[in-house]
Design a binder for this molecule. Sequence first.
Ligand SMILES: *[C@@H]1O[C@H](CO)[C@@H](O)[C@H](O)[C@H]1NC(C)=O
Ligand SMILES: *[C@@H]1O[C@H](CO)[C@@H](O)[C@H](O)[C@H]1NC(C)=O
Ligand SMILES: *[C@@H]1O[C@H](CO)[C@@H](O)[C@H](O)[C@H]1NC(C)=O
Ligand SMILES: *[C@@H]1O[C@H](CO)[C@@H](O)[C@H](O)[C@H]1NC(C)=O
Ligand SMILES: *[C@@H]1O[C@H](CO)[C@@H](O)[C@H](O)[C@H]1NC(C)=O
Ligand SMILES: *[C@@H]1O[C@H](CO)[C@@H](O)[C@H](O)[C@H]1NC(C)=O
Ligand SMILES: *[C@@H]1O[C@H](CO)[C@@H](O)[C@H](O)[C@H]1NC(C)=O
Length: 354
Amino acid sequence: MRLLLIVAAAGTAVATYPVKPFTVENVIAFGDSYTDSGRLSAYMANNGATPPPATDTSTSNFTASGGYSWGHFATQQLGAKFYDYAVSGAFCSNTIFERFLSQINRTFPSVLEDEIPSFVEDVVYVNASTGTNTFYPDRAAANTVYALWVGTNDLGGDAFLTDSQHAGLTITDFVDCIWAVFDAIYAQGGGRHFVLFNQAPLERSPLYAAPEHGGAGDNHYWPTKTDHCNNTEVEQKMLEYTTNVNTMFDYGVPFQLLANKTRRWPDASFAVFNVHQLMRDIYDKPEQYLDVPANAMGWYYHCSVDGSNCTNSENPLSSFMWYDELHPSEKTDEIIGKEFARVVGGNSSYATYW
Ligand SMILES: *[C@@H]1O[C@H](CO)[C@@H](O)[C@H](O)[C@H]1NC(C)=O
Ligand SMILES: *[C@@H]1O[C@H](CO)[C@@H](O)[C@H](O)[C@H]1NC(C)=O
Ligand SMILES: *[C@@H]1O[C@H](CO)[C@@H](O)[C@H](O)[C@H]1NC(C)=O
Ligand SMILES: *[C@@H]1O[C@H](CO)[C@@H](O)[C@H](O)[C@H]1NC(C)=O
Ligand SMILES: *[C@@H]1O[C@H](CO)[C@@H](O)[C@H](O)[C@H]1NC(C)=O
Ligand SMILES: *[C@@H]1O[C@H](CO)[C@@H](O)[C@H](O)[C@H]1NC(C)=O
Ligand SMILES: *[C@@H]1O[C@H](CO)[C@@H](O)[C@H](O)[C@H]1NC(C)=O
């Protein structure tokens, strides 16, 4: 009997997305440098502290992409307001690994322990002069989409790739952190429309690609890359990590939403955004996506290994897939942002809807 009920529930829930037609008024994002729109570089670096409640950190045009990040392009396309809690360098949870951030004299803020609490503070914020929440004037379950893209740091160097996690923890703990983030947005933030970005093809980023695939040698992000270990193994291990996490997301979302007996997020809708495939498509056919001379293996911003001497390419940033060894360029972010708008419109071939 139970099995029949589960099948019936799944059959009705997968048919369409969104469950009811809705206009996206707000996009609220969490994550790392792939999403950060100035929270670290524009706010924390200048103020030496995490932002107080009701601080807009979504407007920088000089992010890790060399320009705007994807959220800017997505919300322009959607005509929605953008709220961005992502912090460059963030892990999903500092209980798995932690890193010191000298600019704020503490650990890097993480999604679960810092970004989510900041969001919850903004949800309950009351402006003393108006008596209302002027930061979120019209946030409602029906008009707001929550996006999470995290894992680039968690799966990378000084983290799972180099076995730097706290003893006994595994990638499963990282995936459990992802579900815990949605638990908090659902319970404390009232969120009902979720977009989960899967892992980028980090194995093709210059930082983690093998030398025969254009990978960087020793560099400012990883000064000992070439004497650390076999770089073909690094690339292959990263391919394993990203694709395995993506499989866990593909099975995990419908399981947690529909088959978990405790019904983790009743009445919520999910889109799993296969940004991994979108970025592979850019990588495989760069001339279809990038300006001339299209370049998917190289990168725009080159630094010496000690990071002291950095120069931009003479070719335009819009011709590069990667801004630096690790980060997608502004052009790539524009492509991702516009696809995100299609994802929440229920019309993207890169999304799986639940
Ligand atoms: C950001 O915007 C400012 C002001 O419009 C402009 O001067 C600057 O060139 C922009 N930076 C980038 C990286 O686009
Ligand atoms: C950094 O924090 C530690 C305690 O966590 C404190 O002892 C130290 O004085 C702080 N340093 C600065 C520069 O604020
Ligand atoms: C509080 O409300 C006042 C009056 O509308 C406004 O000027 C101010 O920017 C608001 N403060 C914040 C932090 O949103
Ligand atoms: C490097 O790793 C690859 C893949 O694991 C393996 O095929 C190759 O033999 C290794 N090379 C060396 C020099 O160990
Ligand atoms: C099912 O959801 C609950 C929370 O609602 C969670 O604690 C539990 O771990 C989930 N089960 C699995 C197998 O993930
Ligand atoms: C900085 O790097 C550029 C490009 O590699 C090089 O031409 C230049 O000489 C370097 N400058 C210094 C001061 O090392
Ligand atoms: C969805 O995309 C398809 C193919 O590009 C297009 O034909 C269709 O009109 C789109 N639907 C909506 C609602 O945008």
